[in-house]
Design a protein around this ligand. Structure first.
Ligand code: SAM
Length: 286
């Protein structure tokens, strides 16, 4: 039986061309074909390492037709690598369609790990949270962007976004308005000549960006501290549960059940239940 090839999903540098793994170089040299988001961009990297593997274009707009060609290559026994312009494919980058198709065809996908702006920025953020939410690019339309932020307002984990230079100020303005003046880090031009990592309150970082238009050039990762007032979420959840139970149960029993479910103090939940009972909404229904 004829051997089939494998698809190597290869992470490439996000700026500094030396940020590539030895394994990635070996794979890029050895495969039969490199499918690339932008062949001209990838050519620079390949030239730097003296790699002369043929390139094949595969980007968001030709992904469907060109992925079929990749499948043909794999089935005829050729290994193929997939790279995007910078960083890890599929992370706010194309490649998902190809990977799914390769899997559907029962062929093997081998990830070759390496740089990603998201992880690079987090590693320099100083945020100690074990959890983070990665939002990719925030919507470009202001109303949708604000709504996206409203939806994340109560998350206690750090929030990480990619942002373009022409929207960075708008994004920070909306972050300030919707999330408040939290701690924020911007990581600009990571691994490049003008790498800048600036932290402070949202307002302070905004002011810093206003000091010079040069500080607003290039590529950005924006990291925002999570909601420190964890209790807000708990308090809301407790109130929602009490609203359901109070019409059905005596106040003591409702408070006892909710405190057990939420792992919250019995006295605090009882106090919240008394407050709710006093609210006009409840009095109307009595
Ligand atoms: N797949 C890439 C990765 O793994 O990071 C991300 C690709 S996405 C199309 C490009 C965005 O990533 C940029 O607009 C910027 O927000 C972020 N980014 C990429 N390189 C960066 C860098 N050197 N410094 C800061 N942000 C960067």
């Amino acid at each position: 039986m004829q051997e089939v090839g494998k698809l190597y999903v290869v992470a490439t540098p996000i700026g500094n061309l030396e940020d590539i793994t030895l394994r990635a170089i070996t794979v890029l040299k050895r495969v039969h074909l490199i499918a690339a988001e932008d062949t001209r961009q990838s050519k620079k990297l390949l030239n730097h390492y003296g790699i002369d593997t043929p390139l094949y274009s595969l980007h968001a707009h030709n992904e469907r037709t060109h992925s079929t060609k990749i499948i043909e290559q794999l089935k005829s026994g050729h290994d193929v690598a997939y790279v995007t312009d910078a960083g890890t494919p599929l992370i706010s980058d194309p490649g998902a369609y190809l990977v799914r198709l390769v899997r559907q065809e029962g062929l093997t996908i081998v990830p070759i790990p390496g740089p990603s702006a998201l992880i690079t920025a987090l590693s320099a953020s100083g945020f100690s949270t074990p959890h983070f939410y990665f939002g990719g690019f925030l919507p470009s339309k202001q109303s949708s962007r604000k709504q996206a932020l409203v939806d994340l307002k109560f998350l206690t984990c750090s929030l990480v976004f990619y942002e373009s230079p022409h929207r960075i100020l708008d994004a920070l303005t909306d972050i300030l308005e919707v999330l408040g003046n939290r701690e924020l880090v911007i990581a600009r031009e990571l691994t490049k000549k003008y790498e800048t990592i600036k932290s402070g309150s949202v307002a302070a970082v905004f002011d810093f960006l206003m000091t010079s238009s040069e500080q607003r050039l290039g590529e950005f990762v924006v990291l925002v501290a999570g909601n420190a007032e964890e209790k807000i979420t708990d308090a809301r959840a407790i109130d929602s549960m009490l609203e359901i139970m109070l019409p059905e149960l005596p106040i003591k029993q409702a408070a006892m059940l909710v405190s057990k479910i939420m792992g919250a103090s019995k006295n605090e939940v009882y106090a919240a239940a008394l407050e709710l009972k006093k609210s006009p909404k409840f009095r109307e229904n009595e």
